[in-house]
Design a protein around this ligand. Structure first.
Ligand SMILES: Nc1ncnc2c1ncn2[C@@H]1O[C@H](COP(=O)(O)OP(=O)(O)OP(=O)(O)O)[C@@H](O)[C@H]1O
Length: 239
């Protein structure tokens, strides 16, 4: 069964009073869903909740109808994510890191080797494959983090600002891999500040402000930035 993740009235409030409130959101197999919002809007918090890295104060999150405390480790192994910092050992080479991450997700040694070779090619990391990861530029480390999140062909993909440090070539390569995964039925959620980029790849764009979902934008709609700021301004004025 392909992944579909659903949030119902999910709330998580930090002691400061910030957080996310009463969020309803659903990811659909085969769709790329973008989450856009200003700095501090609640995107990373929401993604952490969707990955079980944080627990909600109230509300329910399910994966294919199953509550998080009942999801098996095998099911989690088919999830790919990158939240803020790429997880990689600085002393290991790119290839070693990728093989290790595939093994940690339960891939057999041969499968881990071939999966890492495939993603190294897809994200154009060949030149760096035998270099120590700690020596790479920020953008190439981001590519390694993305490679690790995507190499095991996950059916649920959650990426927090995946294009932040990427050059235009990296953005295009990532776009190709995400479109390919979605075409194969994966549910994809990406957060971004780059409205033009998400407009190009997303099937749906959800806007978050002050921890609440405040509306949607149409991918490809003209003047999408203006529409985004108008939604945010109206919401902020009403608050
Ligand atoms: N662990 C935490 N403890 C207290 N407050 C937190 C914590 N994590 C996030 N927050 C607060 O919750 C709010 C939402 O933060 P979050 O990181 O989810 O925003 P974001 O939309 O991802 O922002 P950005 O675009 O800057 O990455 C912010 O006000 C932030 O300061």
């Amino acid at each position: 069964m392909q992944a579909s993740l659903a949030l119902k009235a999910v709330t998580k409030i930090f002691p400061s009073g910030d957080g996310v409130r009463e969020v309803d959101l659903a990811l659909t197999p085969g769709e790329i869903h973008a989450l856009v919002g200003l700095n501090g809007a609640g995107k990373s918090t929401l993604m952490r909740l969707m990955l079980g890295m944080k627990s909600p104060d109230s509300g329910l999150i399910t994966l294919n109808g199953v509550a998080f405390d009942k999801i098996s480790p095998d099911r989690w192994a088919r999830v790919g994510h990158l939240i803020e910092y790429p997880l990689a050992y600085a002393e290991l080479t790119v290839r070693q890191n990728l093989i290790l991450s595939a093994r940690l997700r339960g891939s057999a040694p041969d499968r881990a080797k071939s999966a890492s070779a495939t993603i190294i090619e897809k994200l154009n990391l060949g030149k760096f494959a035998e270099r120590r990861t700690g020596e790479l530029s920020l953008g190439n480390r981001q590519r390694v983090g993305l490679a690790s999140a995507l190499q095991h062909e996950p059916d649920l993909i959650i990426l927090d600002e995946p294009t932040n440090a990427l050059d235009p070539a990296g953005v295009i390569l990532l776009r190709t891999v995400l479109l390919e995964r979605a075409a194969n039925g994966a549910s994809v959620l990406v957060s971004s500040h780059h409205l033009d980029e998400v407009s190009r790849i997303a099937d749906r764009i959800t806007v978050i402000n002050g921890g609440r979902i405040i509306g949607a934008l149409q991918p490809g709609q003209p003047e999408i930035e203006r529409a985004f700021f108008s939604l945010v301004q109206t919401d902020s004025e009403a608050a």
